[in-house]
Design a protein around this ligand. Structure first.
Ligand SMILES: [Zn+2]
Length: 418
């Protein structure tokens, strides 16, 4: 039976995870930067050392392949290789390093799987400088427009994504995303290991979870338009108060989430009012809404119900409104056979675990629309904080999760069909 090397896994994660250290604290390893390139070279070096066939596609995703005995569609596993500003060492990287350790262990212990196994390090998932998110997986799934690299701009420096990719080199072709497309027949299944980024496994004293669904996300901005007025001069019944409507909408978002009958998450992170004065009735308010829900029907219903409420508010207060959607991603469900298999492998390794829904989005969402998809969550320590320097998962939890990933891959690489 193949065994992972726990120390190597941890040392490599610490080493490559430290590349892109930010003087303000934490790690800022953004896609296509010099630090990112350095990390890519280290990773690709380890992959070659393990005997994998290594390549970078035209957008910057790294693939490594362990050949199989038969020419079957490979199994794919991995996660993202970039970080948020001042982030930690585990978000994304945990899944990349687990994949590397699994393939390295299989290769060095002479395991030749029936079907090939590939790992992937997705580029620009966090999209810290070029907003949008999940770039690498969206690009290969053909979900981005052809001119995306030309129209996407670094929010700090103003340079285009195309320029950043050209400066990065390594064979990237910003005008040819299509050369990186993957099709349904190209892979057998996709598995992503990721940290939980929450405190629930920690509080339940569980090292691991098997993910069942990834919640759909609706992110949109509601702009309410009213009329400015003197806070003293205008009677309450004569106002067209955009701020009061915005506050009511924020409370309604919370109520809809609490009373949905599911585990919906609904958030209004701020309200931007104008003219934003103490003694002036606001003539405009912008409400950014974020809904996350795993059930397909309910995901849409939350939005429809909120819009009905907005309509009523605006009628009652004599306001007009408009809505701009920024994210509209339906829920994705992990393949039931993979959920069961990961569960069995976790039992086999005697690791206590539970089933969980992922509310953060992951590259697995895109991959799950093309292939049977499964996800493993690892416990986040330090009260579950993530996207910050204190993000932490213990070496033991990393090893447990990686062992489960190995067993899952061993099973799947032998199977003709799921
Ligand atoms: Zn992540």
């Amino acid at each position: 039976m193949v065994e992972i090397n726990k120390e190597r896994l941890w040392e490599r994660l610490q080493y490559v995870g430290g590349i892109g250290a930010d003087p303000r604290g934490g790690i800022s390893r953004f896609a296509w930067t010099p630090a990112y390139k350095e990390a890519c070279e280290v990773l690709m070096g380890w992959m070659r050392e393990a005997g994998l066939t290594v390549r970078m596609d035209t957008v910057g995703n790294i693939y490594g392949r362990l050949e199989g005995q038969e020419n079957l569609p490979p199994l794919l596993t991995g996660s993202h290789f970039d970080t948020v500003p001042m982030g930690g060492k585990f978000d994304g990287l945990a899944g990349v390093m687990a994949a590397l350790e699994v393939l390295t262990a299989m290769a060095e212990q002479g395991e030749k799987p029936k079907r090939p196994v590939e790992m992937i390090a997705f580029v620009n998932e966090e999209a810290s400088q070029f907003l949008g998110g999940h770039f690498g997986s969206k690009a290969i799934c053909g979900m981005l427009p052809e001119d995306y690299a030309l129209t996407s701009v670094d929010r700090a420096t103003g340079i285009t994504m195309k320029q950043a990719m050209l400066d990065f080199g390594m064979g990237l072709e910003p005008d040819h995303f299509e050369k990186s497309y993957i099709r349904e027949r190209d892979y057998f299944a996709f598995i992503e290991l990721h940290i939980e980024q929450g405190c629930y496994l920690l509080h339940e004293n569980l090292p691991m979870a098997v993910v069942t669904d990834i919640a759909g996300i609706k992110q949109f901005y509601i702009t309410l338009n009213g009329v400015s007025a003197h806070a003293g001069g205008m009677a309450m019944e004569d106002r067209h108060d955009a701020m009061a409507a915005a506050a009511a909408i924020a409370c309604e978002v919370e109520r809809l989430a609490l009373e949905s009958g599911s585990t919906t998450r609904g958030t209004v992170g701020y309200i931007q009012a104008r003219p934003a004065e103490h003694n002036i009735v606001a003539n405009q308010a912008i409400v950014p809404v974020d809904f996350r829900e795993k059930e397909d029907g309910l995901w849409q219903k939350l939005y429809d119900d909120l819009m009905e409420f907005v309509e009523k508010q605006c009628q009652a207060r004599g306001l007009t409104y408009s809505v701009k959607s920024t994210i509209d991603t339906s829920p994705v469900h992990c393949d039931k056979r993979l959920v069961e298999l990961i569960h069995q492998c976790t039992e086999q390794e005697k690791i206590p675990h539970k089933y969980m829904v992922s509310y953060p989005a992951h590259d697995a969402m895109q991959m799950g629309r093309l292939y049977p998809m499964g996800m493993i969550f690892l416990r986040s320590s330090n009260e579950g904080v993530s996207h910050c320097p204190d993000e932490y998962t213990t070496p033991e939890d990393m090893a447990d999760g990686t062992r489960v990933l190995l067993r899952t891959i061993e099973h799947l690489s032998k199977q003709d069909k799921l």
